[in-house]
Design a protein around this ligand. Structure first.
Ligand code: GTP
Length: 597
């Protein structure tokens, strides 16, 4: 056990975590040439395209240092706030962390939030200054920033370039010399932390774990404490680029177990694995059931595809336990599903996977958070509102609570004013303002989660010219004055366009929604009045004027290719239209409320 090192890499997005991981694998000879591809750890296509490590994985390397053989387990962590619980569990499986900081970008919001998670878990931190090869790198200044943040000695910061390979040997040396060996003992009952799982359609769910005490053996009867279920360990092994089956995995080490589980939701990240006959009395602390934060309706474009959509969602859920869904129906859209996601990125991923892997064409409605509504009749029992149409009638409503977050933003001093105005507009209340250096400021706000769902990231980027990073964590429910803004097309309410909005902004947002819908809804053979209403009161109105001419008429200048292009564009647009009453609504219209500026 004294020659095992378990570590993770924590970094702000794009600071080079995956590239550095590849370099370490290379340097330790853990990859053969044939296996070499860019971004080895990002195995899902979608991950590769987005450049975001969505699912954490683990990989074992061998390295000989000063004549001794070491086992280095690298536990990869996801790089996006939507998956922060998974980050925290991966971190809990390690004794040390490489803290990667981009030498041009310096410390960003996620650098800090991940660092706090690592410090809470008593991890040894090895600061790495990456991308020193960049012409825009600012190594002295950024080293100072790191020293200020960690209170370490400048000599502890390792200059590196995951691109050129500079500093890789020094990093390996630091992993061995600075990170403590795991502590546990093999003689106690099995106690292993689940930090990840991967769905394999042929073999069932592969569960990744770190053994704290005891050992896990092939053929053992094991128990998952949080779910209370027992399984037979068909296969255990270590993770390289492929799996290596072994007889047992002992205290201190990292591995996988296959038990024939067919559904991802049976394996909960953070749960403890123990022996079924001699269970530990000491489950690993920190287990949480992950709760979806953002909800939206997903409907088939073609109503006849409802059953296919259900089958696809069920299959998706088998390998993504954080996706939840239940059937719902909309007067406008017919039958579909109300789905819960970890965040906006997770929502986009699910939508994309439905389309790519299952060939579905779907309409997604405006995402919203989950509210607690209390009626005057029953003021102590919350009604959970995951869909604006479920809000009880305002006449009997006592109060509504909405989820709040602590939002941490790091920006340049020049943009503090802009960021402040944006956050205040988004109903944020500032709680801290700290100058990290003379140039860089950390701002902390209490803010409604709903406000970051509504077009926050993009605007933050704009007002800070890209120099702001952002992270958040939930801080509970608070009472808010919320009203439902309904949209009527052609005098017919379209339930799928309703949104819950703070009363003070409702008028303004209702007006903007009408304007936006006017832009988005294609002109048809008749005038289409677009109205926003709160209850029976109309607060705004626009009109999409009737179409007078054939759209292609203008193009009859002989330019046939242009005409064809236009027709193709219309055809493509058609795919994502829903007929509601006698009005055709394109997908973008359902998301209009998200992008009003
Ligand atoms: P996420 O997985 O999205 O969190 O990103 P990441 O932190 O894994 O970053 P990634 O390794 O994908 O690197 C981001 C970009 O920086 C890529 O375009 C890399 O090629 C580039 N990059 C990484 N390390 C270096 C480096 O040392 N020097 C230079 N010049 N570019 C680098």
């Amino acid at each position: 056990m004294k020659n095992i090192r378990n570590f993770c890499i924590i970094a702000h997005i794009d600071h080079g975590k995956s590239t550095l991981a590849d370099r370490l694998l290379d340097f330790t000879g853990s990859v053969t040439d044939r296996e070499k591809q860019d971004q080895l750890l990002d195995s899902m296509d979608l991950e590769r395209e987005r450049g975001i490590t969505i699912k954490s994985h683990a990989i074992q390397m061998n390295y000989t240092y000063e004549g001794e053989d070491y086992i280095l387990n690298l536990i990869d962590t996801p790089g996006h706030v939507d998956f922060s619980y998974e980050v925290s569990r991966s971190i809990a499986a390690c004794e040390g962390a490489l803290l990667i900081v981009d030498a041009a970008q310096s410390i960003q919001a996620q650098t800090i939030s991940n660092l706090y998670l690592a410090l809470e878990n008593d991890l040894e931190i090895i600061p790495v200054l990456n991308k020193v090869d960049l012409p825009s790198a600012n190594p002295e200044e950024v080293t100072d920033d790191i020293v200020d943040l960690l209170g370490c000695d400048p000599s502890e910061v390792i200059p590196a370039s995951a691109k050129t390979g500079l500093g890789i040997e020094a990093i390996l040396k630091a992993i061995i010399e600075r990170i403590p060996a795991p502590k546990g003992t093999i003689d106690e009952p099995l106690q292993a932390l689940i930090f990840d799982s991967v769905y394999n359609p042929f073999r069932g769910v592969e569960t990744y774990f770190r053994v704290i005490n005891g050992s896990i053996k092939k053929g053992q009867n094991i128990k998952f404490i949080a779910t209370g279920k027992n399984y037979f360990a068909d296969e255990v092994g270590t993770l390289r680029l492929t799996q290596f089956p072994r007889k047992e995995i002992n205290a201190g080490d990292v591995g996988y177990v296959i038990t024939g589980i067919k559904e991802a939701k049976e394996v909960k990240v953070g749960d403890t694995i123990t022996d079924a006959k001699v269970p530990t009395t000491n489950p690993i602390a920190g287990f949480e059931d992950v709760k979806p934060m953002v909800f939206a309706g997903i409907y088939p474009v073609d109503t006849e595809d409802y059953e296919d959509l259900r089958t696809s969602m069920e299959k998706l859920q088998l390998n993504d336990a954080s996706l939840v869904f239940s059937p719902e129906s909309s007067a406008a859209l017919g039958f579909g599903f109300r789905c819960g996601f970890l965040g906006m990125l997770h929502m986009e991923i699910i939508q994309e996977r439905l389309e790519r892997e299952f060939n579905m064409t779907v309409i997604t409605t405006v995402p919203n958070v989950s509210y607690n509504a209390f009626t005057r009749k029953d003021p102590d029992v919350p009604i959970i509102v995951n869909n604006p149409t479920d809000l009880p009638d305002p006449s009997g409503l006592d109060r509504v609570e909405e989820p709040y977050i602590k939002a941490t933003i790091i920006t340049k001093a020049d943009f503090v004013g802009n960021v402040m105005s944006l956050c205040i507009e988004k109903r944020g209340i500032i709680t801290h303002q700290t100058y990290l250096t003379t140039e860089r400021v950390e701002l902390v706000f209490d803010m409604p989660l709903a406000e970051i769902v509504f077009d926050f990231y993009d605007r933050l980027k704009t007002v800070s010219k890209g120099y702001a990073s952002f992270d958040y964590s939930p801080i509970g429910m608070r009472v808010s004055k919320l009203v439902r803004v309904d949209i009527l097309l052609n005098a017919q309410p379209v339930d799928a366009l309703s949104a819950l909005i703070h009363a003070d902004n409702a008028q303004h947002i209702g007006k903007k929604m009408c304007e936006k819908l006017k832009e988005l809804i294609p002109r048809q053979q008749f005038d289409i009045p677009i109205q926003a209403a709160i209850g029976a009161k109309i607060i705004s109105r626009e009109t999409t004027k009737a179409l007078r001419k054939d759209v292609t008429a203008k193009c009859y200048g002989g330019d046939i290719s242009r005409k064809r292009k236009l027709l193709e564009k219309q055809k493509k647009g058609k795919k994502r239209m829903r007929q509601v009453g006698n009005v055709e609504i394109p997908q973008e219209a359902f998301m209009a409320v998200l992008k009003l500026n």
